[in-house]
Ligand binder design. Structure first.
Ligand code: GYE
Length: 336
């Protein structure tokens, strides 16, 4: 709560911007004798400390997200970015979050690996008066005041876009295998939900196998090998919750003597560079964009929060689908 008061005071004083907020974040003023002995940095030169608790580096998408946030932090004077890589484990993320609360950072940015189990840690941040900005994945909490805002894509809609595309391509008849993202992660839950919503309208579209490949290439390949063993040529399409798993699955199909992109349709989500390469090679049939380029919007949002301006509870990125016929023309303009 103390921080609220500090930020409030800042607004009253008409001061905004990172450096000024940084100046107000230290609670205990130096004793007069200390001031003369060791001159403290001028208020305006103190940085605003932003701590980013990242999921890990499981996919090309995620490394692009990390790069976007780090690059943008480097461009903004007065920002000090602290980075924590949780190696895809919620327990690590919780540890990282708590340690940033203990360090009294100014803002915490969290990309939550899974949706549930966040209340106690988020409450600690709230009680310390530290705003939490969720990026890319949402949380499932009863008390929404535990975070300030969520910046993300609409994953249910991404699933619907993939489902509509496949329904159209197959005339509503298809045996599908699904490679799910990390169990319990918002994009895995919602991309499944949106896709299923569409195929439910087509009685001859069926998911014959569905399992998590944990959003990784290796996971996608391994799970796809098991699907091929069990279903072989019954598989007519692969729906992967991200491009990395689709690329792993493409490898598994090729190893089994099948032609991805021809014998088996492959559709995935993210639109990373490797997906464009796979479309150009004729092995991936479509990818739904999910932008990881959060940096600029994230720091604009943080600037508003520390200036005491209102921000929406949800900021949703707009996504679209890409197909092979446009891949060659677009690949060089892709930023991730
Ligand atoms: O699609 C996937 C990544 O949370 C939206 O996580 C993100 C997803 C992204 O590992 O590639």
């Amino acid at each position: 709560m103390q921080r609220r008061v500090r930020l409030g005071l800042l607004i009253v004083l008409g001061l905004s911007g990172f450096a000024a907020v940084g100046a107000c974040r230290r609670e205990t003023p130096a004793a007069p004798e200390d001031t003369s002995a060791t001159p403290s940095p001028s208020p305006a030169s103190r940085p605003l400390t932003v701590a980013f608790v990242q999921v890990g580096a499981e996919s090309a998408w995620r490394t692009a997200e990390t790069r976007s946030i780090q690059t943008e932090a480097g461009k903004r004077p007065g920002i000090e970015l602290k980075f924590f890589d949780a190696q895809q484990k919620q327990e690590n993320q919780i540890r990282g979050l708590k340690s940033f609360v203990a360090q009294d950072v100014d803002v915490i940015v969290l990309a939550p690996v899974v949706e549930t189990g966040w209340e106690p840690a988020l409450r600690e941040a709230k009680e310390a008066g530290i705003p939490v900005v969720l990026v890319d994945r949402g949380v499932n909490v009863t008390d929404e005041s535990l975070y300030t805002t969520l910046i993300a894509s609409d994953f249910v809609e991404e699933g619907r876009i993939a489902g509509r595309w496949l329904a159209e391509k197959t005339g509503g008849k298809c045996s599908i295998v699904e490679l799910q993202g990390t169990v319990g992660a918002a994009p895995a839950i919602d991309r499944k939900k949106g896709f299923e919503e569409i195929i439910a309208q087509h009685p001859e579209m069926k998911i014959i196998k569905s399992q998590s490949g944990d959003f990784t290439r290796a996971g996608g390949k391994q799970v796809m090998e098991a699907f091929i063993k069990a279903e072989g040529r019954n598989i007519q399409a692969v729906y992967a919750h991200n491009d990395d798993m689709a690329i792993g699955a493409i490898q598994a199909l090729k190893d089994a003597g099948m032609k991805p992109g021809q014998d088996v349709l492959v559709i995935s989500i993210d639109a990373v560079r490797a997906a464009f390469e796979a479309m150009i090679a004729g092995e991936l049939n479509a990818t739904v964009e999910c932008s990881p380029l959060f940096g600029p919007l994230l720091f604009d949002t943080i600037a508003k929060i520390v200036a005491g301006e209102p921000v929406p509870k949800k900021i949703i990125n707009q996504d679209r689908l890409f197909e092979p016929h446009e891949a060659a023309a677009l690949i060089d303009s892709r930023e991730y």
